[in-house]
Write a protein of this length. Structure first.
Length: 311
């Protein structure tokens, strides 16, 4: 493992025609209908390569640590692979952190796509390999799960380089956003699953929130536990450098229920907070480029890219 923090930022390449997606399972197990997966990609002009660990469930893990780690390293180093798509979340990504070869990953920058438990990989790769990764749809629950069209469109628009510096990340009008705290700010988009942000404190995947736009989402967490997680981040000093907050979906907890807590935590910091963004364990599940420079406009209810995502 090589962990040289804050390397020069690098840009991977946008998806080419007939791009190949590596299908990996770095966390929990899931059954895959391989034929359905191949057809899904082929219908959109792409190919997929399913890595061995996908079919080797061991209890709550998708195969051994060694196999899941090997699959990740092989997918990054394989020149025929253009993007790496995670099967599902669950648990297991943290177990790989101290064995990831960031030198290898950094030499082969390519989009890594996933959310939930995959937050640990996003944070570590953003920080030590130095390129943008994508908090977006996973294979089983999202792409093969018949989620609403913005799910796939937002992912492919970003991966294909159709959204660049100065462009807004489109949010469906059917799901109104809430300006919890007004204002606007620019920073590097970081974060992901709130439980994972707490779990990775003190590890090499601890998120650097200095000068950031913090994105948070979660599932199966009641309001008091969301409070506990945010308070943990506050007491650890992680929120002091945050410039703005984008609140994704907290399945089962409404924005109205979250609003008093968000104001209690973030108003003393004087940062804008925009809530209701449809990213996370929800339908649709919109893609977000973690590690990219963005501008959050709570008053205008908008999120804009301030950099290109690809070379």
């Amino acid at each position: 493992m090589n962990c040289i923090e804050s390397p020069a930022r690098v840009l991977p390449k946008a998806l080419p025609d007939n791009a190949c997606f590596a299908i990996v399972a770095p966390a929990g197990p899931a059954r895959l209908d391989a034929e359905k997966a191949v057809q899904w990609f082929a219908s959109r002009g792409y190919r997929c390569r399913i890595y061995p660990g996908v079919g080797q469930a061991q209890g709550y893990l998708a195969g051994s640590d060694a196999q899941r780690l090997q699959d990740l390293h092989d997918a990054f180093s394989d020149p025929a692979v253009d993007a790496i798509l995670c099967m599902r979340g669950g648990y297991g990504s943290m177990r790989l952190l101290d064995r990831l070869d960031f030198d290898l990953i950094g030499r082969h920058p390519k989009p890594l796509i996933g959310y939930s438990d995959i937050t640990a990989l996003h944070s570590a790769i953003n920080r030590y390999a130095g390129f943008v990764t994508f908090h977006g749809a996973m294979l089983n629950a999202d792409l093969l799960g018949n989620k609403q069209e913005p799910t796939t469109r937002s992912l492919l628009d970003q991966l294909c380089g159709q959204i660049g510096a100065g462009d807004a990340l489109v949010h469906p009008a059917a799901y109104p956003l809430t300006a919890v705290i007004p204002g606007a700010a620019s920073g590097r988009l970081v974060g992901g699953n709130l439980s994972m942000l707490g779990a990775t404190l003190g590890t090499l995947a601890e998120v650097d929130m200095q000068g950031s736009i913090l994105f948070i989402e979660d599932v199966n967490e009641p309001l008091y536990r969301i409070d506990r997680l945010l308070t943990q981040l506050r007491l650890a000093g992680k929120l002091a450098g945050v410039r703005g907050v984008l609140v994704g979906d907290f399945a089962g907890v409404s924005v109205a229920a979250l609003t008093p807590l968000l104001r209690d935590i973030f108003e003393p910091l004087g940062v804008p907070v925009l809530a209701g963004w449809r990213s996370g364990h929800c339908d649709p599940n919109l893609c977000l480029p973690l590690g990219a420079n963005v501008r959050l406009d709570s008053d205008g209810k908008a999120l804009l890219l301030e950099q290109a995502l690809f070379s």
